[in-house]
Design a protein around this ligand. Structure first.
Ligand code: SAH
Ligand code: SF4
Length: 354
């Protein structure tokens, strides 16, 4: 199997291709021109192109399936070189704004990226967990997801996007490959996506939140909290027995974060489990003293689950309680709900068809 050039920082690439300017040229072809074929790299000596072609590929992903929702959310199922599949989602966050026919603000996009094939954490509400764990994604496979969706949508190199590591897998369980991908994304001559445009979502491995913090990559974190007491959280996320709520809150308090930003806490709302006002009350108390923002997520049901989607009334009542008590709180609109929005659901649907 050929290695992908997406795994290399520019300095590492320079060690392979000779002088530093060559690495810059190749980076330009890949990340600026979205070229995925060495023969198109016209200013690179022919012999070097042939040598690279012998050993390497650029893009290690193939689009196996693509679904476009009414709200323009696009969900990709990518096939990796070993045949495994992962999901990546292209989300339109804001529409372009025009004034008298003049563009005053461009549309804003976020890419939701996977970090593993499957997941070890085994959350009881998550469809990805049902398939077990296959393997970590390589750095190249993480980088390629963003590259491939930008290319497929003709999104210009210099137009900014945000990245959220909220696809399949637990990013902090694959921290070495993840952190390298984060650095490659940040390269000004690469896709130039700064740390503050990247958010790592974790089910709460406290020790690795600390490790990520020490790397000082400038990224944001989102904590999948989902419950306010350890008993329910351990039912939802078995790993909570090893890393309980208190340990996560402590790790968050130690995490370096841009003074103007907040730590996001994701709260998956499940009917009759955690959607009551007593839970909202405990949440306010738990997050007191942290610069936090809560994102409420509707549980998205799938065949075979015992959990239920909450009503709109209950989630709004919950939100209003938090807002009234000084906690910033948004409700994640169910983007792409008509294309099985929650992670793992497109993969699962395509396996049933196969
Ligand atoms: N492993 C990391 C990141 C990937 S999971 C984490 O858990 O944070 C990404 C998000 O999808 C999590 O916030 C998770 O709660 C959510 N999710 C998983 N299953 C879901 C479902 N059935 N409905 C709605 N959201 C779900
Ligand atoms: Fe893994 Fe996140 Fe799914 Fe839990 S919610 S099983 S951590 S992908």
């Amino acid at each position: 199997m050929k290695q992908s050039l997406f795994q290399y920082t520019k300095d590492e690439l320079a060690q392979i291709v000779g002088p530093k300017f060559r690495a810059k040229q190749i980076y330009g072809w890949m990340y600026n021109g979205f070229v995925d074929n060495f023969s198109q790299m016209q200013n690179i000596p022919k012999q070097l192109r042939l040598d690279l072609d012998d050993k390497y590929v650029i893009n290690p992903l193939k689009i196996a399936k693509k679904e476009i929702a009414h709200d323009k959310t696009i969900k990709y199922l990518f096939k990796l070189q070993d045949g495994a599949t992962i999901e990546t989602v292209w989300l339109k966050m804001k529409d372009a704004i025009y004034d008298n026919g003049k563009l005053i603000q461009e549309a804003k996009y976020t890419v939701c990226v996977s970090s593993q094939v499957g997941c070890k954490v085994g959350c009881s509400f998550c469809l990805t967990a049902k398939g077990g764990f296959t393997r970590d994604l390589s750095t190249a496979e993480i980088v390629a997801q963003v590259w491939a969706v930008k290319k497929d949508n003709n999104h210009p190199h210099n137009r900014k996007i945000n990245i959220v590591y909220m696809g399949m897998g637990e990013p902090l369980d694959n921290l070495d490959n993840l952190s390298k991908a984060i650095q490659i994304f940040k390269d000004e001559e690469g896709l130039a996506i700064s740390g503050k445009r990247q958010t790592v979502s974790t089910s709460g491995i406290s020790s690795k939140i600390d490790r990520l913090g020490k790397m000082d990559l400038g990224v944001h974190i989102a904590i999948s909290l989902h419950a306010v007491d350890d008993e329910l959280r351990s039912e939802l996320i078995p790993m909570n027995k090893a890393y309980n709520i208190a340990s996560i809150i402590d790790a968050v308090k130690r995490f370096p974060i841009d003074a103007r930003k907040r730590v996001m806490f994701e709260y998956l709302v499940i009917a009759n489990k955690n959607d009551d006002i007593v839970s909202a009350k405990k949440l306010v108390k738990l997050l007191g003293g942290i610069k936090a923002k809560v994102n409420l997520i509707y549980f998205n049901p799938y065949p075979g689950t015992n959990y239920e989607r909450p009503t709109k009334e209950s989630i709004i009542t919950f939100q209003n309680y938090l807002l009234k008590h000084g906690l910033l709180c948004t409700i994640r609109d169910s983007k792409g709900i008509d294309i099985s929005a929650a992670c793992g659901q497109l993969k699962s649907a395509s396996e049933k068809e196969a």
